[in-house]
Design a protein. Structure first.
Length: 127
């Protein structure tokens, strides 16, 4: 599926995983959990642009972290750091505060990747 209009969800997750790994390594924290959660943070199985929200249902930004965690937990053994990262990567859209530094790392990496994916696509259009 397209993600953030300009890239696939897979490529976005690879990008986020890589930058989360680099940040965690620089900060001297658990880069393995950061990289794993980066790959899993958007593990939901629907096209958010085609999905029709039901009355009273949460918006995508606050709903998909829970869905991603449920899906990741069904497929993999998720440790507490990875759980926190996946569940809270959309902060401040989700109000729960990050518990670990690794979660802060993915919040930074995810926002950075979203902006860069947007800018790189825009730059390609002007060439």
């Amino acid at each position: 599926y397209k993600h953030h209009h300009y890239t696939t969800r897979l490529q976005h997750c690879i990008n986020v995983s890589y930058y989360t790994y680099l940040i965690c390594r620089k900060w001297g924290i658990d880069e393995r959990s950061g990289a794993r959660a980066g790959l899993l943070h958007d593990l939901f199985f629907y096209n958010r642009r085609e999905y029709i929200r039901k009355a009273g249902e949460a918006f995508h930004n606050s709903r998909h972290p829970k869905m991603a965690l449920e899906n990741a937990s069904r497929i993999f053994d998720i440790n507490p750091i990875e759980r926190d990262i996946i569940l809270k990567h959309m902060w401040p859209c989700t109000l729960a505060l990050p518990k670990y530094k690794e979660t802060v790392a993915i919040i930074i990496a995810d926002k950075y990747c979203a902006v860069m994916e947007f800018l790189l696509c825009r730059m390609k259009r002007f060439r």
